[in-house]
Design a protein around this ligand. Structure first.
Ligand SMILES: *[C@@H]1O[C@H](CO)[C@@H](O)[C@H](O)[C@H]1NC(C)=O
Length: 149
């Protein structure tokens, strides 16, 4: 761990509102490019998600295209199988993005990741896609999480 990471971890352990960039993998962003993924609070990685709580997600991305709509699609990948993961609002244009989306513009996509109490306490990978008006992925990201009780 380098000095900068050490400071971020220390800061995150002391703070509940910390939003440390999460390590993510791109899973085929076709019409945009992701810069930063923030989950808050997430002090350690993979993010520990407590049952019954809700986490805020902030994806900073740049669009390559114009799009009048944007629709989110979230899956939890459990043992290799994608299972639909319900989120409160799948309309990206109501999640921090001013539509129509313009090319070469940077946006902060803001949404909540609720963790239901009935979810099992397992590790899984969250796949979060945001589709443009032609159903292509403005972004597609994968990040691991651990559900804890
Ligand atoms: C989202 O993340 C970006 C980049 O880290 C930051 O500039 C912006 O303030 C964040 N927005 C919110 C509402 O947290």
């Amino acid at each position: 761990m380098d000095v900068q990471t050490g400071f971020i971890v220390l800061f995150c352990l002391m703070s509940f509102t910390c939003a440390e960039p999460v390590k993510f993998r791109d899973c085929g962003s076709a019409t945009g490019k992701v810069a930063i993924v923030d989950i808050s609070p997430c002090a350690v990685q993979p993010c520990q998600l407590k049952k019954g709580e809700s986490y805020s997600v902030n994806v900073t991305f740049t669009s390559d295209v114009k799009s009048s709509t944007s629709t989110a699609l979230v899956h939890g990948i459990i043992a290799g199988i994608p299972v639909p993961y319900p989120i409160p609002n799948e309309d990206g244009c109501k999640s921090g993005i001013t539509c129509p989306i313009q090319p070469q513009q940077t946006y902060h996509y803001l949404n909540a990741l609720p963790v239901k109490t009935e979810y099992p306490a397992i590790k899984l990978v969250v796949q979060w896609e945001l589709k443009d008006e032609t159903k292509k992925d403005l972004f597609c990201i994968l990040f691991p999480v651990q559900i804890v009780s």
